[in-house]
Write a protein that binds this ligand. Structure first.
Ligand code: ACM
Length: 711
């Protein structure tokens, strides 16, 4: 974001810059300039009513004026549509108006008043780059959006929805001038209804969340070992057997695709092949490489099940499947997965090994068979099937190899290295490494991952092949109840990374400030990310413990990375996700704020002159520590007595002990007393223990506690 300056010279909008199709006719320019003159341009002087920016993602250019447009009464909608209007624009504008006005009385059509004026050149083309530019101007006289395409209008409306401020005289839009376009054309969210089925309502509300932060590709991971989630008319055992725990009817798929398109979002389906096919093989055993799979698997983990790419019957089956499925999804891209097949089922089948030998699929300079060559053989067949249906194939980075045709798009989940390798080999590529929300890392960590970091080794031409990235939420540990809470608001950090100019998005505290605003916006849109964990806590809290249990849950996080698979608790697809770990936030706000206060206090104590805020911050810390101590005193006996919660009693105890030791430390610091070695020894032991997980959750405050303790 730039500091407020004079309004930009009368370029009509960013939409006219760069190489995008130039849709503005001279007469349109005159009309726009006249309108702006009537509405009044933002002033450069005086107050900055809109700052600091509430926008997420941060726009390319933003200038605040000094005026306000009150939202007391409804704006008149005026759409100057092109000859062939974009059907998404009017409904989207009406949704925006309803959200802006939150039930304000409609103004009779003839009453003069401020307008929401929209101008655009043509319908947007979803999968084309360069379609999302817009400019947005808010003045006391109204709002003006102009954009080359309807897609740009949708993005402008998303910006407009984040602008309202609450003032003493009611809500208003600050005077502002925005020119904006995305850094990357492909900004995805992967959702996984295969491990836990996600009903249509969950998918739709996540699409609403995506639209709010300008994500534009829903990557729908529709099958995996534990389920196949789309109705097939040709292969009905797919839903009868592989989708027995939930599937989308074809009508529902169409409904979701249309819902997404109306919000400027593409839907790219993924049918993971040849690995991750336990459910497929259970439904159609004739595809199997070995006959050990009789039922749809119910345990998580790398099963290394893969269909047999050497049987002639495999391809007519896949032909039917892809014909039917590609017909359901209009997007030109189609994802075939391709990940995590270590080839063990192929190596253990003498017939498949013989096929590999007969076809010289051998590791260079050896007589060992090479599963990668067999997978490339399979991928080429898939590519032919998809190309015949007009689809561009996408696959995970495991499918990359020198023999893979260049038109295949590579999605890198294993490392940024894979992205760069794919691009060097001439493929277009997407980054998902660094964006796995299921690993429970903080938003700041995801924000730091960049498909094209400042130090990228790629040439300018190679950089053009990087389409963007996708944030991913795999659902082994997220069912339809808590799914939103694992996605939001952290996904918004990645949305900004992929939309906004790199140079304007380096301020992590400011990211968190805006994530809190977006979180509230998402809640108003119907996302359950705040409500669902609170509801779980209400359901599990023994009488009288909701307050202290919430205090404890607020500083817990699930263990990071893939550790939840390996801490002694056996999960199946049917294990209820209703334990304290499931109500714990993926990233604890309380812990982050505690850490920030600790750092301010330590800096204040170390300053030559103590800052005025120090006394208040010390009081805040003391109050927080006393709250943790009191929560443990109430909770511990009740947790121990509760079969469902007793596994978390150690975490309560450790939080209480940590609080006690930090209260002592505060007293030392306030009195300017050094910590004695014996105190340090005890404190270190307490903090070491506080770091241990229980029930696959851990205390998120230990690092900050160590800083405060000076240990
Ligand atoms: C993946 O996470 N196996 C794509």
């Amino acid at each position: 974001m730039k500091q407020p300056t004079a309004p930009r010279p009368e370029k009509t909008s960013a939409a006219n810059q760069g190489g995008a199709p130039h849709i503005f006719r001279p007469w349109a320019l005159v009309v726009v300039v006249l309108l702006l003159a009537i509405m009044g341009a933002p002033s450069a002087r005086g107050q900055v009513p809109g700052a600091p920016s509430p926008l997420l993602p941060q726009p390319t250019e933003l200038h605040w004026g000094t005026g306000r447009l009150p939202l007391k009464s409804a704006l008149h909608l005026q759409i100057a549509a092109p000859a062939v209007p974009d059907p998404a624009v009017r409904p989207a504008a009406l949704r925006t108006l309803a959200r802006l006005h939150r039930g304000a009385p409609a103004r009779p059509a003839k009453t003069p008043g401020p307008v929401l004026q929209i101008r655009y050149g043509r319908a947007g083309q979803l999968a084309q780059p360069g379609e999302e530019r817009y400019s947005l101007r808010v003045t006391p006289g109204g709002v003006l959006i102009d954009a080359p395409t309807g897609l740009g209008v949708l993005r402008a409306l998303a910006t407009l929805e984040q602008l309202p401020h609450a003032g003493p005289a009611g809500r208003y839009l600050p005077e502002a001038d925005v020119a904006d376009q995305p850094r990357f054309a492909w900004r995805g969210l992967l959702i996984d209804p295969a491990r836990h089925f996600l009903p249509v309502a969950v998918v739709k509300r996540n699409i609403d969340g995506m639209a709010a932060v300008k994500l534009n590709v829903l990557h729908w991971h529709l099958c995996d070992d534990e389920g196949f989630r789309v109705e097939s008319k040709l292969l009905p055992r797919l839903q009868q057997v592989a989708g027995a725990t939930g599937y989308y009817t074809q009508a529902q798929v169409r409904e979701v695709v249309a819902y997404a398109a109306a919000r400027g979002i593409r839907v790219v389906p993924e049918f993971d092949l040849p690995g991750h096919t336990g459910a497929l093989v259970a439904a159609y055993p004739r595809l199997a490489s070995n006959d050990s799979i009789k039922e749809v698997p119910v345990r998580w983990g790398l099963l290394n099940i893969a269909i047999d790419p050497t049987k002639p019957g495999t391809y007519p089956f896949l032909d039917s499947l892809l014909t039917e499925m590609s017909g359901l999804f209009p997007d030109p891209y189609f994802h075939i997965g391709g990940d995590e097949n270590d080839g063990r089922q192929w190596r253990h089948n003498p017939r498949i090994v013989a096929f590999m030998r007969d076809n010289k699929m051998l590791k260079a300079g050896t007589t060992d068979v090479d599963k990668h060559q067999l997978q490339t053989y399979f991928n080429r067949k898939m590519l032919a099937l998809l190309t015949a249906r007009g689809k561009t194939m996408v696959g995970w980075d495991e499918i990359l190899g020198p023999d893979l045709p260049k038109e295949v798009v590579i999605q890198s989940w294993r490392g940024a290295k894979g992205l760069n390798e794919a691009v060097r080999l001439g493929h277009r590529a997407l980054l998902s490494n660094g964006y796995y929300l299921d690993l429970n890392y903080p938003a700041a960590a995801h924000y730091a991952a960049d498909p094209l970091p400042a130090a990228t080794p790629l040439s300018a031409a190679q950089q053009q092949l990087v389409l963007g990235g996708e944030v991913a939420m795999w659902s082994e540990f997220a069912d339809s109840v808590i799914y939103d809470s694992r996605v939001w608001p952290r996904a918004a950090a990645v949305a900004e990374r992929l939309w906004s100019p790199q140079a304007t998005t380096q301020n992590v505290p400011d990211l968190y400030r805006r994530l809190a605003l977006v979180s509230t916006q998402l809640e108003a849109l119907g996302l359950q990310h705040r409500r669902a964990p609170a509801q779980l806590l209400r359901q599990m809290a023994p009488a009288g413990t909701l307050g202290p249990l919430t205090t404890l849950a607020d500083v817990l996080e699930p263990v990071k990375d893939y550790k939840r698979h390996f801490q002694g608790f056996k999960y199946t697809t049917q294990t209820p996700l209703t334990r304290l770990v499931d109500a714990a936030p993926a990233e604890s706000d309380v812990a982050r704020q505690f850490g920030a206060t600790v750092d301010s206090v330590l800096a204040g104590l170390g300053a030559p002159v103590r800052p005025p805020a120090l006394a208040r911050q010390l009081l805040q810390l003391r109050a927080q520590l006393l709250r943790w101590q009191a929560a443990d005193a109430t909770l511990r006996p009740l947790l121990l007595a509760s079969p469902a919660l007793s596994e978390y009693a150690p975490l309560s105890t450790r939080l209480g002990a940590l609080a006690a030791v930090l209260l002592e430390r505060l007293t030392q610091l306030e009195a300017n007393q050094p910590a004695l070695p014996v105190w340090q020894m005890t404190a270190r032991a307490i903090l070491d223990e506080a770091q241990l997980p229980a029930g696959q959750a851990e205390l998120a405050v230990v690092k900050a506690a160590r800083r405060l303790a000076g240990l």
